[in-house]
Design a protein around this ligand. Structure first.
Ligand code: MG
Length: 383
């Protein structure tokens, strides 16, 4: 059997480096044909020297020439969408809305998209959905919760008819159990201190506000076509149950493993098969307990904001995701307090209006919606 040809967008980030870990542990199964980054060229050059891709993408034009000199065996270009050309599967590990071009290019080319960049699906659902029916196009989630749901749904021969609800689990993040008053003055360091998952800064802040879970509710709706009334969130601090599905007969199927993104990445690469390396294997002699509680929606307002934006649909999720990216950037830069992330998102969503026909949205419409929401977010941030 030929090795599966893999391209990675965002190869030096958390998802990208862990994808290369999976490839390393499965010799002969995968060939890295392309690696793409924004501007982290030192790490990229080291990766390329190890995996020898034919194509390297560097989005930052000021860094491209240096990479071309360092990697004489690779073609060096600037457009992340070029990663798709020689790949069987494209891992989209780009952070934020910038991942949209990779999502669209992969599905348009009729390839498998291993999607870790949830923002592109959330913001551009009306544009991405039609692309999924292109021959060969396939969207396999890398987000651990959606990977779990994807696995659980395979237990039903008729999931569309038999699914009763999806239950997304949330670790609760570093601030679980705290009151709004206790959270008034939390700093960046504390918000970045996630109890169970080691991830990049943007998603870690999103976990601390529960915006990550809110975005995942929209992501589940887009991925599986499940109505919002049938998507629930439960806090499960151990992050061992990665999500569950309940069927019409009352049976609940859950996927369990220790928190390790390499399982979800390997699942998306190998589907419908499974890789041979047991990332996240459970030691049942030390796993003492699994706890559950309802999310504190009054303190963590972002979760309700996401449900609201999802239910509005159209460009509302794009507005929410864009406002959140701007607010998280401002928080990481020390310009706003943690509690203001939700306030900015709320203020932007309240000004949401639809400028195009949502049944015929284009990529340009989504880019425009994203830009409008960011402009309004900047106005709110300047207050
Ligand atoms: Mg997740």
């Amino acid at each position: 059997m030929c090795a599966q040809r893999v391209a990675i967008a965002g190869s030096t980030g958390s998802i990208g480096t862990q994808t290369l870990d999976v490839v390393r542990t499965e010799p002969g199964e995968y060939e890295i044909v392309a690696l793409g980054v924004g501007s982290s060229i030192e790490a990229l050059i080291a990766q390329a020297n190890e995996f020898r891709p034919k194509l390297v993408v560097v989005a930052d034009p000021t860094k491209r020439a240096a990479v071309a000199v360092a990697l004489p065996f690779a073609e060096v270009v600037g457009d992340l969408a070029a990663l798709v050309d020689d790949a069987d599967v494209v891992v989209n590990g780009v952070v934020g809305f910038a991942g949209l071009a990779v999502t669209v290019a992969t599905l348009r080319a009729g390839k498998r998209l291993a999607l870790a960049n949830k923002e592109s699906l959330i913001a551009a659902g009306p544009v991405v959905q039609p692309l999924r029916s292109i021959a060969g196009a396939e969207l396999v989630p890398v987000d651990s919760e959606h990977c779990a749901v994807h696995q659980c749904l395979r237990s039903s021969a008729r999931p569309a008819a038999e699914l009763s609800r999806i239950v997304l689990t949330a670790s609760g993040g570093p601030f679980r159990g705290r009151t709004s008053a206790e959270l008034a003055n939390v700093g960046v360091e504390q918000a970045l201190n996630h109890p169970t998952w080691k991830m990049g800064p943007k998603i870690t802040i999103d976990s601390s506000t529960l915006m990550n879970k809110g975005l995942e509710v929209i992501e589940a709706h887009e991925l599986f076509g499940t109505p919002y009334d049938q998507i629930d969130v439960v806090v499960h601090p151990q992050s061992v149950i990665h999500s569950m599905v309940e069927f019409t007969d009352g049976a609940t199927i859950a996927q369990l493993s220790m928190p390790d993104m390499r399982l979800a990445i390997g699942y998306a690469l190998a589907y419908p098969n499974r890789i041979g390396t047991p990332f996240g294997r459970i030691d049942w002699t030390t796993l003492a307990r699994l706890d559950f509680e309802a999310p504190d929606v009054a303190t963590f307002r972002c979760l309700a904001l996401a449900y609201a934006a999802g239910r509005v649909g159209g460009s509302a999720p794009a507005w929410l995701s864009a406002a959140n990216e701007e607010a998280v950037d401002a928080f990481l830069a020390g310009r706003i307090r943690w509690s203001q992330i939700a306030e900015i998102c709320d203020a932007v969503l309240q000004q949401h209006h639809e400028t195009t026909d949502i049944t015929n949205m284009t990529v340009e419409d989504i880019v425009q919606a994203d830009a409008t929401a960011r402009r309004i977010a900047h106005e709110e941030l300047a207050r």
